[in-house]
Design a protein around this ligand. Structure first.
Ligand code: AMP
Length: 557
């Protein structure tokens, strides 16, 4: 076991859960996990004040999984979430953490998908039910005993549930649950209405709140960029073009992410390396020494691995994944601006994490300005500036050392000095795009496509793409087949409806479903090639938004 899983190992969770957490690549528990897991494992009721981004889902999912009995095929834990996006996200998290617990199944119950399969999954013995209150009440109206065996209840984002008007539904649900159950409530804020619920429905709850002391950050210029989770690498590459950095540290959440991002950077020619808890101490020291002396310019690290890292050359910190709390943010960006120098910190924010950004701004007492991705002109200017900087120190001497050679070559080739200089530039820049049209063509992201609305971050809800891309089908993932349905946006279908229906009725794990593209009059879904015919038969009678799905294999040719 690595030193880092020691953090999770100390909880004494069921070894199968610990193994799944290790496989996920988490190195140590976040602050909310550190405090909540022992309390929930011990069976206490709890009120946790935390928002998205703090790791709150695992804070309740891990101990709840620990407390259920996989041998009992009946609902044992109920998680209530305000929206179906969050319900699906929580259900997926449970599936990930329960991956090595044979016999444990999870069902997501929410509106907009047929009720029958949801009820069937519950009756078939799903131990974990993740539901939105409205749809769950519909089920209760059909079968008031459906929750009779549940002995753990989690209210996730309780304040949001009340804002959406679920108060009455919650009361109905409380009544349908055994009085002896354990109840855990998570909420970003604790207004009077939430306290009243806690008073009535929780027994001796323990309170967990991550203390946020005001922090001061000086000499560091901070900015944030709104981006969808699946665009982070492209965004990082674009930003690197225009940021004038000496050495840079990037923070991500998992070991795998350190490896993935470091290799994407290396592939683009940056001197980059990963730093995570799996890397042996002596190798870690080598990486840090290389960053110090310029053999490396970028290190992609997890919080754990970057502990104590002090490299005066660091001019920039990129928070590619959001930190769990403001303290950690302040700690991370403190890696730059060392020894009285100025530093710059950039934070990538996905739509669901905007609240965390506000908390960071409140705690640090500073506004973190928004920046956009650089446009093609900015990239061109930056590339030319780099070229100018690399050539200008040479010109003074080069004429005396290489001037005669130039004369000889122009004579031999029979060209002008301008033509020869152009040829040399072409060679020196190694095919790099150095005009606007070429840069436009190579750019994976357009600068103004940052997410504005509060779109859910699911892969089904991809951000807008250019018209050209929108028409062309995406390249197909390995082992996947593309399927088509005649239902599209004009039928009122969104990607999440398709995802929900296929998850529920196909009995697939979330990861098994690839990209979903919804067009006006049809939609495309990537499904596993393996077992596809069986799956399509299973989905034969599935209806979405009241219409037959009729999913078929789609051949592009
Ligand atoms: P949440 O606040 O529950 O929405 O979690 C935010 C993100 O943090 C999710 O992508 C989780 O997978 C990730 N996460 C949760 N706990 C940890 C941890 N201990 N280490 C690394 N990543 C984590």
């Amino acid at each position: 076991m690595t030193q880092e899983t020691g953090g999770f190992a100390a909880f004494n969770l069921n070894p199968n859960i610990l193994a799944a957490v290790t496989a996920t690549g988490y190195e140590e528990p976040s602050a909310i996990q550190q405090q909540s897991i022992p309390i929930i494992m011990a069976g206490h009721d709890m009120i946790g004040q935390a928002q998205t981004g703090t790791g709150k889902t695992a804070a309740f999912a891990l101990p709840i999984l620990h407390r259920i009995d996989p041998a009992k095929r009946e609902p044992q834990a109920l998680i209530l979430a305000p929206t179906r996006e969050l319900a699906l996200q929580v259900a997926t998290a449970f599936e990930t953490y329960a991956k090595q617990m044979p016999g444990v199944t999870v069902v997501a119950v929410y509106g907009g998908a047929p009720m029958g399969p949801q009820l069937k999954a519950i009756r078939n013995g799903a131990q974990i039910v993740v539901a939105t209150p409205g749809r769950l009440c519909d089920h209760l109206r059909r079968d008031e005993k459906v929750l009779a065996t549940v002995n753990h209840l989690v209210l996730d984002e309780a304040d949001e549930m009340l804002k959406l008007g679920f108060m009455d539904d919650l009361e109905v649900i409380f009544k349908a649950l055994p009085a002896t159950r354990q109840t855990v409530l998570f909420s970003a804020t604790l207004p009077q209405s939430i306290r009243a619920i806690a008073e009535r429905h929780l027994r001796d709850p323990q309170h967990v709140k991550i203390q946020t002391k005001t922090q001061t950050v000086t000499a560091i210029e901070q900015a944030h960029l709104l981006v969808h989770a699946d665009q982070k690498t492209s965004a990082v590459l674009s930003l690197l073009e225009v940021e004038d950095f000496d050495a840079l540290i990037m923070f991500v959440r998992t070991k795998q992410a350190t490896l993935d991002l470091a290799s994407a950077l290396e592939a683009k020619g940056y001197k980059a390396a990963a730093l995570n808890g799996d890397i042996a101490q002596n190798q870690r020291e080598r990486v840090i020494d290389s960053l110090k002396d310029g053999r490396l310019d970028i290190v992609v690290a997890t919080d754990v691995a970057a502990r104590g890292l002090d490299v005066p050359r660091i001019t920039h910190v990129f928070n590619v994944d959001m930190p769990y709390d403001p303290e950690s943010y302040v700690h991370r960006i403190g890696r730059t601006g060392r020894a009285g120098r100025e530093g710059r910190a950039l934070l990538l924010v996905t739509p669901r994490e905007r609240r965390m950004l506000q908390v960071i701004e409140r705690v640090t007492g500073q506004k973190v300005a928004e920046v956009r991705l650089p446009d093609a002109q900015a990239v061109l200017d930056a590339r030319i500036k780099k070229l100018t900087n690399s050539l200008s120190p040479l010109v003074a001497e080069a004429e005396s050392t290489h001037g005669d050679l130039l004369d000889r070559l122009t004579a031999d080739i029979g060209c002008s000095p301008r033509a020869l200089a152009a040829a040399l530039l072409r060679k020196a820049t190694n095919g790099q795009a150095l005009n606007l049209a070429a840069i436009e063509k190579e750019r994976p992201l357009v600068p103004n496509n940052a997410p504005r609305g509060d779109r859910p971050e699911r892969s089904g809800d991809r951000p807008e793409r250019s018209d050209r891309e929108r028409r062309a089908p995406m390249p197909l993932g390995e082992g996947r087949a593309r399927c088509r349905t005649a239902l599209g946006a004009r039928d009122g279908i969104a990607a999440k409806n398709l995802l929900g229906a296929i998850l529920n009725e196909g009995g697939l794990a979330r990861e098994a479903i690839g990209r979903i593209q919804v067009r006006d009059s049809f939609s495309l879904v990537e499904l596993p090639e393996d077992g596809l015919e069986k799956l399509l038969t299973k989905l034969k009678d599935t209806r979405v938004a009241g219409k037959q799905l009729k999913l078929r294999r789609y051949r592009e040719d």
